[in-house]
Design a protein around this ligand. Sequence first.
Ligand code: 5RP
Length: 235
Amino acid sequence: MNQDELKRLVGEAARDEVLQLPAGAVLGVGTGSTVNCFIDAIAPHRDRFAGAVSSSNATTERLLKHGFQVLDPNAVETLPVYVDGADEIDPFGYMIKGGGGALTREKIIASMAKQFICICDSSKQVPILGHFALPVEIIPISQGVVTRELEKLGGQVSLRHAKNTRADLEQTPSEPFVTDNGAWILDVAGLKIVDPIALESQIKQIAGVITVGLFAKERAHILLVSNVSGVSKIL
Ligand code: 5RP
């Protein structure tokens, strides 16, 4: 089974999980290739849901394409569940997210939900977070000062760049990656995150930081994880 098949499998397991909600619920929907499998799996059942709250422009586009009603988060008070992937997840449900650059809206929607259902394949499970570079969304003018503060924590910091898509751009540095919020992302490599709650609050306090992709306060309550033998429900 390849990774795409593992993503499809866990997307279908998340579909089965949310189909247990009473009809008329609003779904919180994350971002990424695993969540895309969930959206595709739930699409034939869209009429059971009052709509969805989306964590990114890419997810909104996919939901609309499938005929979902996409609701403004300000018009929704609580969500029964938020379904999203992760770049890394530890045994306590703490996660690194933001590989796709949607960390701020993901954290906002996750904070509205009663339950965070994380969906991933087993390659995302780690004993200690930090092998995946930690994304930090920042106000662009703070790049210098935030970089220096993150280096003091022991990280190697790099500004995320947009991927070059044209061959003639390959020789020149690309532009910074710009998030849906018009902000930039610093990726922090080399951290061994032994206390996710403390590090999340420490990084959040640096002036210029919008959101850190460490989801400790907004940890996963349920983990659906796929491997070659199927999907397990953990946490
Ligand atoms: C996007 C995210 C994604 O959930 C994370 O990057 C996992 O993505 P994928 O399912 O494509 O591996 O946090 O900001």
